[in-house]
Ligand binder design. Sequence first.
Ligand SMILES: Nc1ncnc2c1ncn2[C@@H]1O[C@H](COP(=O)(O)OP(=O)(O)O)[C@@H](O)[C@H]1O
Ligand SMILES: CC(=O)OP(=O)(O)O
Ligand SMILES: [Mg+2]
Length: 427
Amino acid sequence: MSEQAEPKSILSINAGSSSLKIKLFDVVRNENAPTPSLILKASSNLASPPAKFTVTATGKENHNIKSQELEDVNSGVQAFNFILKHLRKDDSGFGSERVDQITHICHRVVHGGEIGDKGPLVINDRVIKEIEELITLAPLHNAPAESILKEAIKSLPKARNVAFFDSSFHTTLPDFIRTYPIDQKVAKERKLRKYGFHGLSYHWILKSEEGETSIIALHLGSGASMCAIKNGKSYDTTMGLTPLEGLPGGSRSGTVDPSLIFHYSSRPGDKDKILSSVELSHAENILNSASGFKSLVGTSDFSEILATDPPTSESDLTVKLFLDRILGFLGSYWLKLKGGTGGVDAIVFSGGIGEGSPQFRKMIIDGLEGLNGDFDKIDNERNKKESEGNEVVHSIGDGNGRIKLLVCKTDEELQMVEECLSTKALW
Ligand SMILES: Nc1ncnc2c1ncn2[C@@H]1O[C@H](COP(=O)(O)OP(=O)(O)O)[C@@H](O)[C@H]1O
Ligand SMILES: CC(=O)OP(=O)(O)O
Ligand SMILES: [Mg+2]
């Protein structure tokens, strides 16, 4: 590992369930504070093969965008190696010498378990072991994150690696929300409690609002979750012990009756569980990887589902089901935050679907009518408009209500970098 030193060039890696997103920043001194300056961003969509790779070199007058389909890239670590190899080429606009000058690498690690409660950590063998042990609790995330982490240590030996946990944001959940009503001795021994995820995104969203705000934030991507933020702190969130709880997603079922799992894994009425048609661990895998939108309509790509014209019965069911679950949590969080009595300041949309689909945002906002609150009315023109340039938040309301309707362009990669730059202990 490198000597502790001020970051000069930072690579930020976000291993999501269906994509790998990477950003590279130079650190410049701005009024004497280290400030990140985006040099390049690369992403690889891994949900439906062939993987799609896009790299955008910024900071130049004309953004240099390169896109390509990759037949032989099927995992986060393969995508990482491909991107690194690309950056090392002279014609990438970056080159090997610059790659070797990277001083810090920020890694998004979704499940931090108990070590995640402490916030970001400089990677050492103990941290890697903990991340490995948490793979069973976040198989779609911690597994690729761990492989990429090991690869980064090997490929960029001079850089310092830091893990930023999605779960860290939710350490403020009250006990009565994070506790599952099961034997508490077992719960404590096995650390079975609600952790919550998408914390880097919620932290970013919160920073874009002033003061100790109370909001209901929706992060709607391949993995979708919601968070009730009360006076600037996570109060409740839909994901739980694992990222499977709560809303359905591209390939995840979200919350189901816990008994469904046993009925999935053994035929009802089987006296002898040896007759099981599906092993329990396999059932968990199915709920994570072969359920959600994919199981209902055959694709995990929500933009494709929304664009099905005319809608099929399957696409219609999927959209209505997703909307129903979202509205259920909206109503619940509204009550928990005492929304009608001034307890909610804004509803904020983010994530690929939340940021990308005016149509789905409108469907959700139409559903808010059932809540008796002083909401902005949706402004259809603003709702259709994409966030412009560096604009992080834009209002899609008419500004006449007390409760704002906002879209926030989330940036988990930059969130990590900003935390890294403001925490000398991580250098
Ligand atoms: N313009 C759009 N309209 C509707 N859905 C979109 C749009 N753009 C992206 N999406 C959906 O967002 C999801 C991916 O979200 P994202 O936050 O990038 O995912 P990840 O979980 O991999 O980080 C996919 O279901 C994709 O179809
Ligand atoms: C926690 C989670 O589901 O993350 P992502 O949406 O990036 O898959
Ligand atoms: Mg994501």
